[in-house]
Design a protein around this ligand. Sequence first.
Ligand code: NAD
Length: 416
Amino acid sequence: MIPPTMSAFEATSRYFNEAADLLDLTDNMRKLLLTPKREVQVQIPVEMDNGELSTLIGYRVQHDNACGPMKGGLRFHPEVDLDEVRSLAALMTWKTAVVNLPYGGAKGGIAIDPRTISARELERVTRKFVDQIHDVIGPDTDIPAPDMGSNAMVMAWIMNQYGKYHGFNPAVVTGKPVEHYGMPGREEATGRGVGIFTVKLLSRLGRSPSETKVAIQGFGNVGSHAAKFLQEADCQVVAISDVSGGYYREQGIDISDACRHLREHNGSLAGYRQADAITNEELLELKVDVLIPAALGGVFTAENARRIQAPVIIEAANEPTRPEADAIFNQRGLTVLPDVLANAGGVTASYFEWVQNRQHYQWGINRVRQELDHVLSQAFQTVWETATERQVSLRIAAFMVGIGRVGRATILGGIA
Ligand code: NAD
């Protein structure tokens, strides 16, 4: 039994160790691959609009760079702490390796609720943070991107502030505004990738999209784009939700209509009348064919894992399944497409943006979508084949693929 007090990093390390056992990795190699290369914690003193001084804490954890410069988001959330950032940084190492990108893993965060401060304050916080960490990031070292609470505007500020120290260099961050060295197709890429993987998995499981009912928790960037893709692929999206609650319609929700509601109501589904109101807990326990958590971490626990009725779970959010719930899902024979693969469309598109920034050349949206489909399809096939050959879950197979690649690159690069 896993203690409920297990930290996020311990939880990620648990999957790592399970995969490492199957790869016969030595203890010394495990220690090397698990230990982050560098952890930075900085003080961010900022003057707020009312003249008061606020002192924030910012983190950047650089986990591994055996396969290339480190890559990972920057999260603005009041509950950000070093343990969470460390765990997400490690997850990025395995994620970039599973999709075979020439990157390592990193993650950053600032403990702040961006909804409670003005845009000017957010800009000052971001620039001050860059002042503290500009020496350890860079297009060949560590490339931040948006994550929960941060966005394209924040990335433009990072690029600008970094440029004051190191000169013009748009490849230092990805997820920038399309009009400012960003890339069309980056914003939709994570959700689109979730949709691509879902359709591929359904095909392997012998299910037809037209006979598939889907429920999605979270209707933000990832959830809404995944819903759109799946509806276009002929699936029936019967339930969606956000912080305001869940919305259910047995015959399927019209996703364009829900997106229109979102645009007209400041990004909220509150008051959406074209479906019945349900709670977020009820959404998770619906009798659907596919369940997609696309909001928070830790939604599946030992407490609710036995009540989940969907036979297929696609982890669009990062770390939505606690290890104890994962064990129950495995026992019950549910198919879980793990976060480390399922939401890798975002970092893959970020890689395309970085490549274009370095070449000063811009692809069109069709090329972005085509390349995304190509990279994700190869990753899916490798993970599926590993799971089938080694008779392990898709999660352990994904970790085996990722760890195997990083381990080989580490040995080939030499340690001395
Ligand atoms: P977002 O902020 O755009 O959307 C989050 C959605 O979740 C919103 O609809 C919000 O209302 C909803 N939500 C928040 N709290 C909730 C709750 N308690 N119950 C139900 N819904 C709730 O965020 P996003 O970019 O869509 O990211 C969603 C998840 O996907 C996160 O776990 C993130 O780490 C992960 N992810 C995102 C990307 C990306 O490119 N955006 C890439 C990889 C992973």
